[in-house]
Design a protein around this ligand. Structure first.
Ligand SMILES: O=C(O)c1ccccc1NCC(=O)[C@H](O)[C@H](O)COP(=O)(O)O
Length: 214
């Protein structure tokens, strides 16, 4: 079986992009959400994308984005995938996928078993599903909070689409998370940061080594 594919999300600096690529990341996430400490301007994201070699997917993360923002991102940044991290309906996911002709990954927050039902509606319309932790009530951000969910909720689950595990992963816990959930793809942001929005090259390397060694 192929190794675990890792997505490093919320990159803002070229040295961190290069560290993630050199360590073997399969996906790099760029955040377009002004409230986030990882938010990127379009021109900054376009410059970062220049450092990404073919074969490493550049993912634009947006939250309930309108077409104007998506038009601007896709016109100026050579992204390979759109990550929808808001309350986008299945119909909106399908609309975005058709309009931009890019693969779409829909994030779904899991806090309890009942949340798993929400995943089914996205299976026909999304190319990938990001199975993420539900943000705590009153959180400033709908993701990237560094909080895990109870991985036992999805132990042994199989979905008909590629999926990624996210939420509070670190170099210390990713091995257990992979073992419990059977995930073949994992996504991290806070767990490779030394302060909110500040990536750390050593933590990026440690995370990827831990994930790929699991
Ligand atoms: O990272 C952000 O600031 C962010 C803002 C708005 C929506 C989602 C956001 N991040 C999502 C991610 O970085 C990951 O896809 C995932 O949720 C993992 O985050 P973390 O728990 O910090 O590892």
């Amino acid at each position: 079986m192929d190794g675990i594919r890792v997505k490093i999300c919320g990159l803002t600096r070229p040295e961190h992009v290069r560290a993630a690529v050199a360590a073997g990341a399969g996906y790099l996430g760029f955040v377009f959400f002004p409230k986030s400490p990882r938010n990127l301007r379009i021109d900054a994201a376009a410059a970062l994308a220049l450092d990404v070699p073919p074969g490493v997917a550049k993912v634009a993360l947006v939250v309930d984005a309108d077409d104007a923002l998506l038009d601007e991102i896709t016109a100026h940044v050579p992204v390979d995938m759109l990550q929808l991290h808001g309350a986008e309906s299945p119909a909106r996911v399908a609309e975005i996928r058709a309009r931009y002709g890019l693969p779409v990954m829909k994030a779904v927050g899991i806090g309890e078993a009942a949340d798993l039902d929400k995943l089914d509606a996205y299976m026909p319309v999304a190319d990938q599903i990001l199975v993420d932790a539900k943000p705590p009530k009153g959180a400033d951000l709908p993701g990237g909070m560094g909080v895990p969910f109870d991985w036992r909720l999805i132990a042994g689950r199989h979905w008909g689409k590629p999926w990624m595990l996210a939420g509070g992963l670190t170099a210390q816990n990713v091995g257990l998370a992979v073992k419990l959930t059977g995930a073949r793809q994992v996504d991290v942001s806070s767990g490779v940061e030394c302060a909110p929005g500040e990536k750390d090259e050593g933590m990026i390397r440690d995370f990827i080594a831990a994930a790929q060694g699991s």
